[in-house]
Design a protein around this ligand. Sequence first.
Ligand code: AMP
Length: 249
Amino acid sequence: MKILVTVKRVVDYNVKVRVKADNSGVDLANVKMSMNPFCEIAVEEAVRLKEKGVASEIVVVSIGPSAAQEQLRTALALGADRAVLVESNDELNSLAVAKLLKAVVDKEQPQLVILGKQAIDSDNNQTGQMLGALTGYAQGTFASKVEVAGDKVNVTREIDGGLQSVALSLPAIVTTDLRLNEPRYASLPNIMKAKKKPLEVLTPDALGVATASTVKTLKVEAPAARSAGIKVKSVAELVEKLKNEAKVI
Ligand code: AMP
């Protein structure tokens, strides 16, 4: 079975994001960039399926600038076999990304596509679902357990108030939730080996996909700074302040 895994280059989760002075977006100059954490979980799951003998090949794909090759190399060091970069310097919205992924799916014909449930930069949580609609493949989103059994993949989904089990016919799309697995670190020998693994660079034009956006970002603002709290001396004072100052009771 061939598995396609999507990998997005995002601002590292440890970085305190700064908004540009002109409010046009987030400042990415000299900022540490990493693989989206949910995509790390997706890569790990594919590698585990390969280790179990279920998967025969793992192809990782990223859509973004040339620098996204770094995150693809990380995925190769973690155990992926081959990488594809669809190079674009444009700010692509989810539908454009999903259309590009659909073109890669048509080309690669994977049995399983694993995406993160959400990219931590834009928090969209929609690319997997859009790819599901474009391909017509069954989808199991927010997966906390994935088991391939014959021509089906059984997915346990994290939903409000509990877990839901679904059986999807292959080919299928899975998006990863936090509890699916704990990703490994790449070892130094594997980082060295990854440098020699194949990495193909494509363009949206070569895939025949128009990526013009229907959404325009008008303004990006940092949240208002919180004012300092105060200490009250008694419950009575707290109740008085909640009633008369905050006016919440
Ligand atoms: P989103 O819908 O933007 O929250 O992203 C959900 C998932 O879609 C991410 O975790 C990635 O696995 C995948 N994805 C989104 N954008 C890209 C991209 N530019 N390149 C590769 N994968 C992406």
